[in-house]
Design a protein around this ligand. Structure first.
Ligand SMILES: [Zn+2]
Length: 118
């Protein structure tokens, strides 16, 4: 079974983000909700190359109720994990992500799971 390898889930509020995502760091996150079986249902996966807490706060008060997150050791590691999460949790067919995770221009990074970047 696919796993996010992230911390949480937590309620998606600014106060909760401040309480649990305390480092300024690249990282990954998933947004979704907790279902009747107390399972976190992934609806969207994302990353930040510099500050995952700040990125999460941009989602507060919109569609999603809960989040999970993890820190990444580098922007490249965050990109590769986002790719894996995207493929593991159903791609654009099941997720709200409308496109495959993008890479910074000129980075030359490749998806670990598909050949979208050649
Ligand atoms: Zn891919």
């Amino acid at each position: 079974m696919a796993t996010l390898n992230m911390n949480g889930s937590y309620e998606l509020t600014a106060a909760k983000i401040d309480a649990v995502v305390t480092r300024t760091s690249p990282g990954n996150y998933a947004l979704g909700y907790v279902n009747n079986e107390n399972t976190f249902v992934v609806q969207y996966v994302g990353r930040s190359d510099s500050d995952v807490a700040a990125r999460l706060k941009q989602h507060v008060g919109k569609k999603y109720k809960s989040f999970k997150y993890s820190y990444a050791t580098s922007p490249k590691a965050a990109f590769e994990k986002e790719c894996v999460n995207y493929h593991d949790f159903g791609e654009s067919k099941l997720l709200d992500n409308s496109i495959h995770p993008d890479r910074p221009a000129g980075s030359g990074w490749k998806c670990p799971r598909c050949s979208i970047f050649g």
